[in-house]
Design a binder for this molecule. Structure first.
Ligand SMILES: Nc1ncnc2c1ncn2[C@@H]1O[C@H](COP(=O)(O)OP(=O)(O)O)[C@@H](O)[C@H]1O
Ligand SMILES: [Mg+2]
Length: 256
């Protein structure tokens, strides 16, 4: 991809089920792209602030996305640099959850899209979504150019896919016609299980599935504890290689 090319990609990492690998994928995709010398903004739009916590203690933050949503604070005033070169973070903290109880006005779905409109310096914006089809996920899908759907090869992971697909299609139809589904990324795979073989074809009835999948490994949990990407924590692990492969596969898809 031409780095001087002004095209900007906004990638929402979405799945309304928790535990599917959204945060892990958001962190590692953002770090992989940053290591490839793209300027990256990671937006944590989950009040649980899991991806924020990798880079900073959310409790120590004076300003966060809450301020962007509650009083129109310029997103530039909340963005912080991370210890990863080329990677900036728009952090979240638990107070963001209060936004949902404030009531919805007509501007509500567009807050994030408006907020990032002038952030031309980033070639990629990666958005880590909460485990719900809340106003935050809707904001992410309205702001996004592409959606990545991390999903485990589990029965319960399939149950929510109709709802997710309907939400994405409604947003495409009504608000964001250019939104593209980049694909589902199968995470936490245990090789050779019957489950994986039988569930993959079911997922592909809903969404295109990336050729790369991410295998299950304790190094992922360890990397979160160490507050690092898997690329830094265990660069020689299968999971690090898989996240690199996924990044390349996504880049190829965006180019085509
Ligand atoms: N490939 C993997 N192998 C092992 N554990 C994983 C893997 N991916 C994610 N996990 C673990 O699964 C849990 C949920 O992952 P997370 O990325 O936080 O999902 P989500 O953001 O969708 O809730 C975390 O405890 C994480 O450490
Ligand atoms: Mg998460």
């Amino acid at each position: 991809m031409e780095k001087s090319n002004q095209k900007r990609y906004v990638i929402a990492i979405t799945n309304q089920k928790g535990g599917e690998g959204k945060t892990t994928t958001a962190i590692n995709l953002a770090c992989a792209l940053a290591k490839k010398n793209y300027k990256i903004l990671l937006i944590d739009i989950d009040p649980q602030a899991n991806s924020t916590g990798i880079f900073v203690n959310p409790d120590s933050l004076e300003k966060s996305l809450y301020h962007v949503f509650s009083n129109g604070t310029n997103i530039r005033d909340i963005i912080i640099k991370t210890n990863v070169e080329n990677l900036d973070l728009a952090p979240s903290k638990i107070t963001l959850a209060e936004i949902e109880s404030m009531g919805i006005n007509v501007d509500a779905p567009y807050i994030l899209r408006d907020a990032i409109q002038d952030l031309k310096e980033y070639q990629f914006i990666v958005i880590d979504c909460p485990p719900s089809l809340s106003i935050f996920t809707i904001n992410a899908l309205v702001a996004a150019t592409h959606v990545v759907i991390p999903a485990q090869a589990e029965k319960f992971s399939i149950d929510g896919m109709t709802g997710l697909k309907n939400t994405i299609n409604s947003i495409k139809r009504r608000i964001n016609p250019d939104l593209k589904i980049a694909g589902a990324l199968i995470t936490q795979i245990r090789p050779r299980t019957i489950l994986t073989r039988t569930i993959l074809p079911v997922i592909s009835q809903f969404f295109p599935v990336f050729k790369t999948s991410i295998s299950q490994g304790v190094v992922i949990g360890e990397s979160h504890l160490a507050k690092k990407s898997i690329l830094d924590y265990a660069p020689d692990s299968n999971q690090a290689q898989e996240y690199w492969n996924f990044t390349e596969e996504l880049l190829n898809e965006l180019e085509s």
